[in-house]
Design a protein around this ligand. Structure first.
Ligand SMILES: Cc1cc2nc3c(=O)[nH]c(=O)nc-3n(C[C@H](O)[C@H](O)[C@H](O)COP(=O)(O)OP(=O)(O)OC[C@H]3O[C@@H](n4cnc5c(N)ncnc54)[C@H](O)[C@@H]3O)c2cc1C
Length: 327
C-alpha cells in the first residue's frame, strides 16, 4: 500500500459529478485509515471549476489526460492501462457509467486484475493490504463480500449514488497541484470497430435523484391508489423527488426505475422521508447514506425507526393529508 486510491472519471458523463464526489468521499475515508492519498484520475477535457471541485470533495491530487478525439472505451482503457502500469495504484474505483464499466472491464483484462462490479461498499481487509468489496449477488438475495487476490491494483465499479460526498471542504485548490500528461493513442482495433451513430433510448423516464435534496419514499403502508396519489401530490407540492419499496413496484403502483434498495437505485439525499415503509434490509441498502431520515409508521417497533433521526408513530395517510393542506 502507498500508491494511493485512484478515482476514475471522464468527460462522457459530466452530469454525473455528484456520484464522482461521493466516490471521492469514500476514497478519502479509506485513505485516512491507510495513511494513503486520493488521486482523482480524469480522462478528457475539464474546466477550472470542475477541477477545483475535485479537490474540495477529497482529492489530494488531480491527474488529467486531456484528449480531443471522440471518446471511445478502447482508447480510454488504453490510457488507464498505461497509467496503472506506471503508477500501480492500490485501488482504482470507477463509477458504474457506461464508460466506467467498459474501461474497468478492459483494464481488468490487460492488468490481469480482478474486477468487482456494482459495489455497495469497500472496506480494508484486516491485514490492511487489500480490499473487501460488498455487492449484491445471487439475484440480489445476499450481499457478497469479495476479495481479489493476486493483483497489485484493486479494481471495482460502484453503484450510482451509493456514497455520500464529504460535507466539509477538504482542501482548497491553492494547496495542491495538477498536471496534464498527454499520451499517444495507438488503436488496436482500427478499422475493425467503428461507431456509426448513437441513438437515445425512447420512452424511458430518466430521473436524476442526485439533484433532489429531499426524497420521499412510499411503502405498503399506503395501500389504496388514492393514498399513493396523495403521496405524489405532496411530493410535487414540496418539490421532492419520490421513490418507494419493491412491494409497491410488485403491486404495479410504482415504476421499477423508482425502486429504492438493493435491487433498485441507491440514493443519498439530505433528507429521506419514509411513509409506511417497514425497513427491510434490502430497502435500507439503498437509502442508508441519506443524511437525515424521517420515518412515518403506524407501528412503534417498525425496523425503519432504527435508521431514523425522527420517528413519527402515526398513520401515514393522515400525515400526508396534513402536508397537503387538506385539514
Ligand atoms: C432478492 C430481494 C431483493 C429485494 N430488493 C428490494 C429493494 O431493492 N427495495 C425494497 O424496498 N425491497 C426489496 N426487497 C423486498 C424487501 O425484502 C421487503 O419485502 C420490502 O422492502 C417491503 O416493502 P414495504 O416496507 O413497503 O412493505 P412491508 O414490509 O409490508 O411494510 C409496510 C409497513 O407499513 C406500515 N404501515 C401499514 N399501514 C400503515 C399506515 N396507515 N401508516 C403508516 N404505516 C403503515 C407497517 O407497519 C409496515 O411496517 C427485496 C427482496 C428480495 C428477496
Amino acid at each position: 500500500m502507498g500508491n494511493g486510491i485512484w478515482v476514475y472519471f471522464d468527460d462522457t458523463d459530466l452530469n454525473n459529478t455528484q456520484n464522482t464526489y461521493g466516490i471521492l468521499g469514500k476514497a478519502r475515508v479509506l485513505s485516512e485509515s491507510l495513511d494513503s492519498s486520493v488521486i482523482a484520475f480524469g480522462i478528457g477535457n475539464f474546466n477550472e471549476e470542475e477541477i477545483s471541485a475535485l479537490y474540495r470533495y477529497g482529492a489530494d491530487e488531480v491527474f488529467l489526460n486531456g484528449f480531443s478525439v471522440t471518446p471511445s472505451g478502447e482508447e480510454y482503457a488504453f490510457i488507464a492501462d498505461q497509467v496503472v502500469s506506471q503508477y500501480k495504484p492500490d485501488l482504482m474505483i470507477f463509477p458504474s457509467t457506461e464508460m466506467g464499466k467498459e474501461v474497468s472491464a478492459r483494464l481488468s483484462i490487460t492488468q490481469r486484475a480482478g474486477l468487482t462490479a456494482d459495489c455497495i461498499d469497500i472496506t480494508r481487509t484486516q491485514t490492511g493490504n487489500s480490499f473487501i468489496y460488498s455487492r449484491a449477488a445471487i439475484n440480489s438475495s445476499i450481499i457478497a463480500q469479495i476479495e481479489c487476490v493476486n493483483s497489485n491494483t484493486g479494481l471495482c465499479t460502484v453503484k450510482e449514488n451509493i456514497f455520500n460526498s464529504l460535507i466539509s471542504i477538504y482542501k482548497s485548490k491553492s494547496e495542491v497541484k495538477y498536471y496534464e500528461r498527454p499520451m499517444t493513442w495507438k488503436p488496436a482495433c482500427k478499422g475493425k470497430v467503428e461507431l456509426i451513430s448513437k441513438r437515445e433510448a425512447q420512452g424511458i423516464e430518466t430521473i436524476d435523484f442526485t439533484t433532489s435534496k429531499v426524497i420521499m419514499g412510499a411503502g405498503r403502508g399506503l395501500q389504496k391508489p388514492e393514498e399513493f396519489e396523495l403521496f405524489i401530490e405532496v411530493a410535487k407540492k414540496y418539490n421532492c423527488e419520490y421513490g418507494g419499496t419493491r412491494a409497491l413496484v410488485e403491486s404495479g403502483v410504482l415504476k421499477k426505475n423508482r425502486q429504492i434498495g438493493q435491487s433498485g437505485i441507491s440514493i443519498c439525499p439530505d433528507i429521506y422521508v419514509a411513509f409506511g415503509i417497514s425497513g427491510a434490509t434490502q430497502h435500507i441498502a439503498g437509502m442508508k447514506e441519506s443524511k437525515l431520515v424521517i420515518a412515518v409508521n403506524i407501528k412503534p417497533d417498525a425496523p425503519i425507526f432504527r435508521y431514523a433521526n425522527y420517528a413519527i408513530v402515526s398513520d401515514a395517510v393522515s400525515i400526508l393529508q396534513q402536508m397537503a393542506g387538506n385539514y
